[in-house]
Design a protein around this ligand. Sequence first.
Ligand code: GDP
Ligand code: MG
Length: 382
Amino acid sequence: ARGASLTDFAEKIGVDAASLVQMLFHLGEMVTATQSVGDETLELLGEELNYKVEVVSPEDEDRELLESFDLEFGADEGDEADLVVRPPVVTVMGHVDHGKTKLLDALRGADVVAGEAGGITQHIGAYQVHTEVDGEDRRISFIDTPGHEAFTAMRARGSQSSDIAILVVAADDGVMPQTVEALNHAKAAEVPIVVAVNKVDKPEADPTKVRGQLTEYGLVPEEYGGDAMFVDVSAKAGINLDKLLEAVVLTADASLDLRANPHQDAQGLVVEAHLDRGRGPVATILVQRGTLRVGDSIVAGPAHGRVRAMLDEHGNEMAEADPGRPAMVLGLSSVPGAGQNFIVVEDDRVARQIAEKREARERAALQAKRRVRRTLEDFMAS
Ligand code: GDP
Ligand code: MG
């Protein structure tokens, strides 16, 4: 909570910032909602609200929990000799209507944009494609989440979810506010960018203008002497999709060392999860290291279970998923949150114990929030 504003704090504990301002005023402190407040003020509020304000991060707490089971998320990959090349994990970003969904669908070779207007879209949330570069079969994993909530959630949790960002810019519209926003996101995450100049099938498309505009934002095309690859594409007409995939692979090879050890218990991230009427909790996960196998005991956020089945992007069953591979996992006890991590553990008992501790912690935090809200309501009423 250090350096947080009163608004941030109010949000964290689920109350309205104005009441906190009023309460602090009553306690003799003049603070505005957007002002950042120190630990002392938070503790003062805490005392009044009968709420223990502890300045600890949930991440640290979770690290300690895992440590108590001799586990570590993001542990050392082990021997250099065991490392193998893994596919890059890619997110597609860009301004609304510039063709993110269309491009993701074109790349996966199916069209669900048409169904988006009316029907229900079945999303696996992540998928992998194969492409040939210099006669070699190369794989690329895409994170395909509506609105990129997972990406944001993962970033908020400090976990790096993607290696490369494809920035989609419609050539008939040019750089727009969300283009710049996406660009800044990727830069902040130090994720290399490949630009897909989309909609080049349109007569009014002006791909050169897009290059000029992005150059002004410091994203300089290779052909202008910079280091970003720009590819003119049409998601709709299927133009240059292979070139785009190739640019992703080349960018990965040039600027990233993407290797992981498949010979260990799997760890990774939950990309998205939902409750399926027939199949129960279904989670799309991304294996970041190790190999996930059917039958493994896993804990994902506050959910646990044994991997009953794994499905790929085509709905086919998989026996195992190697580093960089997304998969749909069946068999969890509940629905984990997007961006939460998963980790393979020794057995079901350990998985359940960790899950129960996390659940208890989440519950305690929720109860504390409720208590604060009640106290605050009483205070406002008095
Ligand atoms: P998103 O908001 O970035 O996900 O954009 P969508 O993928 O939903 O695309 C917005 C609109 O642009 C849709 O009507 C698409 O059919 C259209 N569109 C996307 N890509 C292309 C393209 O390459 N060419 C043309 N002409 N239209 C496209
Ligand atoms: Mg979309």
